[in-house]
Design a protein around this ligand. Structure first.
Ligand code: TYD
Length: 135
């Protein structure tokens, strides 16, 4: 099963630069209603983040500067992908374990989320995640 699902955003590039548009609504490029947007920056190669899954939340992660490596794991297989293209978003479904590694110093991730922040939606223990996902 391929855990790596990219969404291609609308991109408009000319001599002035590149404009990337994420539409929600009639012409959806984002397959859920976005209730929250957050970003991660000021990271670096020596730190890793994530190490959790969400029971219900869906997210799209895009890297608008620099790069990092995302690990996705559904309890059966684990896949790793480099994120470095602002015209693409990585769709992370619910009940997928994610880890972020190898951040470049200039990395900026923007994350679109299908719901508000809710700590009770997190599974932060990997063994607990595997138990729940393999039920
Ligand atoms: P954390 O889950 O550790 O981030 P990551 O998944 O990148 O490892 O979140 C860091 C802190 O920020 C933690 O105290 C929870 C808080 N937080 C919010 O308050 N709102 C949010 O939308 C998010 C994603 C995190």
């Amino acid at each position: 099963m391929n855990l790596i699902k990219w969404i291609n955003f609308q991109s408009h590039e000319d001599y002035r630069g590149q404009l990337v548009s994420l539409e929600i609504g009639r012409e959806r490029t984002v397959p859920f209603d976005v209730k929250r947007v957050y970003y991660i920056h000021k990271t670096g190669p020596d730190v890793s983040r994530g190490f959790h899954a969400h029971k219900n939340l869906k997210q799209i992660v895009t890297c608008v500067a620099g790069n990092c490596r995302m690990v996705l794991d559904n309890g059966k297989s684990r896949q790793s992908v480099k994120i470095n293209d602002p015209t693409k978003g990585l769709l992370i479904e619910s009940m997928v374990w994610r880890e972020m590694h190898d951040f470049s110093n200039d990395c900026i991730l923007i994350i679109l989320a299908s719901d508000h922040y809710d700590e009770s939606d997190y599974i932060r223990d990997y063994h607990q995640f595997v138990e729940q996902v393999c039920q």
